[in-house]
Design a binder for this molecule. Structure first.
Ligand SMILES: [Fe+2]
Ligand SMILES: [Fe+2]
Length: 190
């Protein structure tokens, strides 16, 4: 079956490769951390990202979409670079930029839901919902660790993410059901 939606096809191919970048980055992040509890939590997040990559691949295969070689190389390099940086930039920045990145990733999956609806396909809603919510959980994990850090207010001002600023409108405390969740991420940024 062919997927006649160029934006969606591109988003799927990009997400597939970007999940690898995330997983590779978390490998370095987990290894660079001393606290055993935090290390285990980040290893779990890395595992979640590999799972996402598998889920996205299953969707890609179903529509005979070729994996982008360019994205694979680009995101591999990005992942390895971030991974290496984690050893030299201290504790705060890897946590901060991971949280900020996760914040942006949340809507990728809800946007895919919107695009799939445009071509009248709802088969992937449950998987996409689960992945979008999981990215939100990742965001909240990092935010919770950063909450009381003295550098957070400054970084929040400069990089536009933190306690009061996020790149999505998902609220885990009052989250929508899967059926209602296509309401999420209707705006570019929230
Ligand atoms: Fe992910
Ligand atoms: Fe994530």
């Amino acid at each position: 079956m062919n997927l006649d939606h160029p934006k969606l096809v591109n988003l799927l191919r990009m997400a597939y490769s970007a999940e690898k970048a995330a997983a590779l980055a978390y490998t370095g992040h987990a290894n660079s951390i001393k606290d055993p509890e935090q290390k285990a939590a980040i290893k779990q997040i890395e595992e979640d990202e590999w799972n996402h990559r598998r889920e996205v691949l299953a969707i890609i295969r179903r529509y005979d979409i070729p994996v982008s070689k360019w994205y694979e190389i680009k995101f591999h390099v990005i992942g390895r670079l971030i991974s290496a940086c984690c050893y030299v930039i201290g504790w705060f920045m890897p946590f901060y930029f991971a949280g900020r990145l996760e914040s942006g990733n949340v809507c990728e999956y809800f946007r895919m839901m919107h695009y799939f609806e445009e071509v009248e396909i709802t088969d992937h809603h449950a998987t996409l919902y689960e992945m979008g919510i999981k990215e939100k959980e990742h965001e909240m994990f990092f935010l919770e660790k950063l909450q009381s850090h003295r550098l957070l207010p400054f970084f929040e001002k400069v990089f536009a993410w933190g306690k009061d600023r996020t790149f999505n409108d998902v609220d885990l405390e009052a989250k929508y059901s899967m059926e209602a969740s296509t309401r999420y991420c209707r705006q570019e940024k929230s």
